[in-house]
Write a protein that binds this ligand. Structure first.
Ligand SMILES: [Zn+2]
Length: 567
């Protein structure tokens, strides 16, 4: 294989050998069963106790319950406890990576027990199953209740070493030719003078329209879309918590509605589709120790799972996987307040406080405005959560909020933390993530079972679609310096916000704007099947093999990414 690649592309592919070894070592799922469609649903920051809590509140089984198949280990390359970016990157690429990284190879400092990555792998873009589905001619989609540039959706669409690089993430997402993208984050589509916050002057909304996308901004507009490419931007930043949405922004669609619409559009693709749906805010609810926000968004997620299963059961060739990327908050049913009564806890008594809650803690705190007084806290909490706080506890919330402010922690986290502990029987141990395995749910062809290592989720998706991830990496991300010689490749940073990769070849220069999917060569602009990625940390540029062929004027066919196919 290395000689073939060498002969064909003139690159050394030590990386290919390393990746092949990693991928082959870990396959544990049910081999062979192919799926036409794959739907991955991620309940960000959630685990067993939260599911149990939601089931009690729902008063009937969750849609997730019948398809529980095992658990997933969530640690990342440099931490026992995961961050959403590397956790989702492992699910999207089949490779374990570092804290805050979005589908690029890990840096050198891995933790004990995680092999040190080869230099070739460090910061290298890692092809995702969504990109693979696209190259296979399938339709692709992303749905989230956060900005679509946030960690989990970003891991399927983009390649950057920092989850906060949301302008770059949106740029790559726009040039990835994804069929359906629904969520928040409109502010990253346009520059400041066009109502957005982009610093590079790019108007990606205009770019989307010029590429035939329908940009929709409300439920009603979304429901009118029946086919074609659609970008749904339902909020400038994040969408609302499910519990606040009907009151604050009733025009925003629910997670279930976005999921159903995405499936409706994508299922028209003759070759099938890949869809990732994220219940993004379950994590934020648990960071805030907020049981009201948690119940609203977790049950909204369960309804989205029900919609996906409904389709999969009818379709019969769809793999559905529902899981979390890590747990958050260390949530428990039972807390220090129930030490003496835990084995006499009746459902109505346990659920009563939550049934009175009508808003998220974030919305309650916003209602406070700048009035930080005991009477104000008491009236806001009584109105929004139906709990009559004592003066001491209202003061406790204000004190803790002040402490949080000093510690650069969210002030409003004080509401959920104090009230959960003192007025309910649910417990929290942290405002951060926690490290336990998370439940795995799966239905359809290729579904796994047992305790699965995080990166294996990506391989299971690839195997179900018949996708060869290693070949996909070779096809989408050729290291330009290796293909043309480091001396012939440089990055023009005269406009630091819009760098361009320049490749010298036989006296001609090819121009490949970073984060985009086209090149200018020989006076012609040519579209590419993937985006151009520049790793500033290693000063390496990665381009699709197609670009290599264009520049070399080679008629060589691109290698198939279908598993088991020779050419
Ligand atoms: Zn989180």
């Amino acid at each position: 294989m290395a000689q073939w690649l060498n002969r064909k592309t003139g690159t050394t592919c030590l990386f290919a050998v390393v990746l092949w070894a990693v991928l082959m070592l870990c396959s544990t799922a049910v081999a062979g069963e192919r799926a036409k469609n794959v739907i991955v649903l991620i309940a960000d920051g959630c685990s067993n106790e939260q599911y149990t809590f939601a089931r009690w509140f729902k008063g009937e089984p969750l849609a997730l319950d019948p398809i529980r198949v095992g658990a997933v280990k969530t640690h990342i390359a440099d931490s026992v406890v995961a961050d959403s970016a590397p956790a989702a990157s492992a699910y999207a690429t089949g490779v374990r990576t570092s804290d805050k990284f979005i589908s690029v190879g890990p840096h050198a400092d891995t933790m004990a027990g995680v092999p040190k990555p080869d230099a070739e792998l460090q910061y290298r873009p890692l092809a995702t199953v969504l990109e693979g589905a696209k190259v296979m001619g399938k339709a692709t989609g992303i749905v989230a209740t956060s900005r679509v540039t946030h960690a989990t959706p970003a891991a399927y669409m983009a390649h950057v070493p920092g989850r906060d690089m949301e302008d770059d993430i949106m740029e790559q997402a726009v040039y990835q030719k994804i069929d359906v993208v629904f969520g928040g984050g409109k502010r990253h589509l346009a520059p400041k003078d066009a109502g957005g916050i982009r610093a590079d002057g790019e108007n990606l909304a205009m770019e989307l329209r010029s590429r035939g996308y329908q940009i929709v901004e409300s439920r009603d507009e979304m429901l009118k879309v029946n086919e074609g490419k659609a970008f749904g931007m339902f909020a400038s930043s994040h969408m609302d918590a499910e519990i606040d949405r009907p009151r604050l922004h009733p025009g925003q669609p629910t997670l279930e509605e976005m999921t159903r619409k995405a499936i409706e559009i994508l299922s028209k693709s003759p070759r099938g589709f890949f869809l990732m749906v994220e219940g993004s805010q379950i994590d934020w609810a648990c960071h805030a120790n907020d049981p009201a926000h948690l119940l609203g968004d977790l049950l909204a997620f369960d309804r989205a799972v029900a919609a996906a299963l409904e389709f999969a059961k009818k379709d019969g060739r769809t793999l559905v996987m529902a899981l979390s990327d890590h747990n958050t908050g260390g949530f428990s049913i039972g807390n220090y307040g129930s030490d003496k009564v835990y084995s006499q806890m009746k459902p109505d008594a346990f659920l009563a406080p939550f049934r009175r809650m009508k808003a998220s803690a974030f919305a309650l705190w916003k209602k406070m405005g700048d009035e930080r007084t005991v009477p104000k806290v008491k009236s806001v909490v009584l109105e929004g959560w139906g709990i009559d706080l004592s003066d001491e506890d209202a003061q406790l919330i204000l004190n803790l909020a002040a402490q949080n402010r000093k510690a650069k922690q969210e002030e409003f986290y004080a509401v959920g933390r104090v009230i959960s502990q003192k007025y309910t029987y649910v417990g929290w141990t942290t405002h951060g993530h926690s490290g336990g395995d998370v439940p795995l749910h799966a239905f359809g062809p290729g579904r796994p079972m047992g305790v699965i290592d995080g990166p294996e989720i990506g391989r299971i998706c690839a195997r179900a679609m018949g996708l060869d991830l290693e070949k996909l990496n070779q096809r989408l991300f050729v290291e330009a310096g290796k293909a043309f010689g480091d001396g012939n490749v440089r990055v023009d940073k005269r406009d630091p916000q819009n760098p361009v990769v320049l490749i010298q070849h036989k006296g001609k220069t090819a121009e490949l704007p970073v984060n985009k999917n086209w090149l200018l060569f020989d006076g012609k602009a040519r579209p590419l099947e993937g985006v151009v990625v520049y790793a500033a940390e290693t000063q390496k540029a990665y381009i699709p093999m197609q670009a290599v062929h264009f520049i070399r004027m080679s008629k060589e066919p691109l290698p198939s990414v279908v598993a088991g196919q020779k050419k």
